[in-house]
Design a protein around this ligand. Structure first.
Ligand code: CP
Ligand code: NVA
Length: 301
């Protein structure tokens, strides 16, 4: 069974093949109306379940559109509407869904839920974000970097802000795609210890971004964080805002990324998000192409 659960558990050669396929898929569709199917229809006859236990705009729409363009059909399921949200076990849900659908994408809270789903499903399972990681996002981000600047290998990527789930997938990607990753943020919001060795920490953001090819940030309060943490986090993270002053200290041709949704003028200013370094909407678009390549890889198509 070929699941796409995380970047560090996927072979680097497979990751590279997925990025290359994603670029080809994107090029083949250039200028085509979004509702028009792809020339090849690899998912014809395939049914895909998209399960969301948390809100989503990009993941939900990009997977749904991607499956349809490839000739497959989708059902978008909210965790709370399923028996899963009312006491049915994950294992039984996985076994049952596997009798109906050919592929499962799940966005959930605990990583254990994803892993249990994958253990008991007899069809491929894709990680659409957990509290710990967001691998589909970072595949789109690597694709986006390379489309603008060429190979990411050996480049300097700086993450400014909370050491969260999106950072974790960047850390996994740094090893697999061989780029240098720097974390700059306050100590209480350091990434989890299991990521040690995959990145370096520079507390001072001005020093951290020197020579950066890419500066990345994300929301200061993630979906799994208690809303009560909001004010404290703002106080902790204010100095790590990505603004024009900070971007001015990175390389002159540096890129800026944010997975979105953003709290504009908190973690990054609108000046940066809408400015010349920003590729945030290319990132969002590339979710579509990258995930089509991930689904094809999972299904061997
Ligand atoms: N970046 C991302 O995963 O966005 P959504 O939460 O809208 O899916
Ligand atoms: N870190 C954010 C990413 C959203 C796509 C969250 O988990 O809420």
């Amino acid at each position: 069974m070929t699941h796409f659960l995380d970047i560090h558990t996927t072979d680097p050669a497979d990751l590279r093949a997925i990025i290359d396929t994603a670029q080809s898929i994107k090029q083949a569709r250039a200028g085509r109306p979004k509702g028009m199917p792809d020339d090849d229809q690899p998912l014809a006859g395939h049914m895909v379940a998209l399960i969301f236990e948390k809100p989503s705009t990009r993941t939900r729409v990009s997977f749904d559109v991607g499956v349809r363009q490839m000739g497959g059909q989708t059902m978008v399921l909210s965790g709370s509407d399923m028996q899963l949200g009312h006491g049915e076990t994950i294992a039984d849900t996985a076994r049952v869904l596997s009798r109906y659908v050919d592929l499962i994408m799940i966005r959930t809270f605990e990583e254990a839920t994803l892993l249990e789903m994958a253990e008991h499903a007899t069809v491929p399972v894709i990680n659409g974000l957990t509290n710990r990681t967001h691998p589909c996002q970072i595949m789109a981000d690597v694709m986006t970097f390379e489309e603008h600047r060429g190979p990411i290998k050996g480049k300097k990527v700086v993450w400014s802000g909370d050491g969260n789930n999106v950072f974790a997938s960047f850390a996994h990607a740094a090893k697999q795609f061989e780029f240098d990753l720097v974390f700059t943020g306050p100590e209480p919001l350091d990434p989890e210890r299991s990521l040690d060795g995959l990145y370096t920490t520079v507390r001072n953001p001005d020093e951290a971004v020197a020579g950066a090819d890419l500066v990345v940030t994300d929301t200061w309060v993630s979906m799994h964080d208690p809303q009560s943490a909001r004010e404290r986090r703002h106080n902790q993270l204010r100095g790590y805002q990505v603004n024009a002053d900070l971007m001015g200290k990175a390389k002159s041709d540096s890129l800026f990324m944010h997975c979105l949704p953003a709290h504009r003028d908190d973690e990054a200013t609108s000046e940066v998000m809408d400015g010349p370094h920003s590729v945030i909407f290319d990132e969002a678009e590339n979710r579509l192409h990258a995930q089509k390549a991930i689904m094809r890889w999972c299904l061997g198509l």
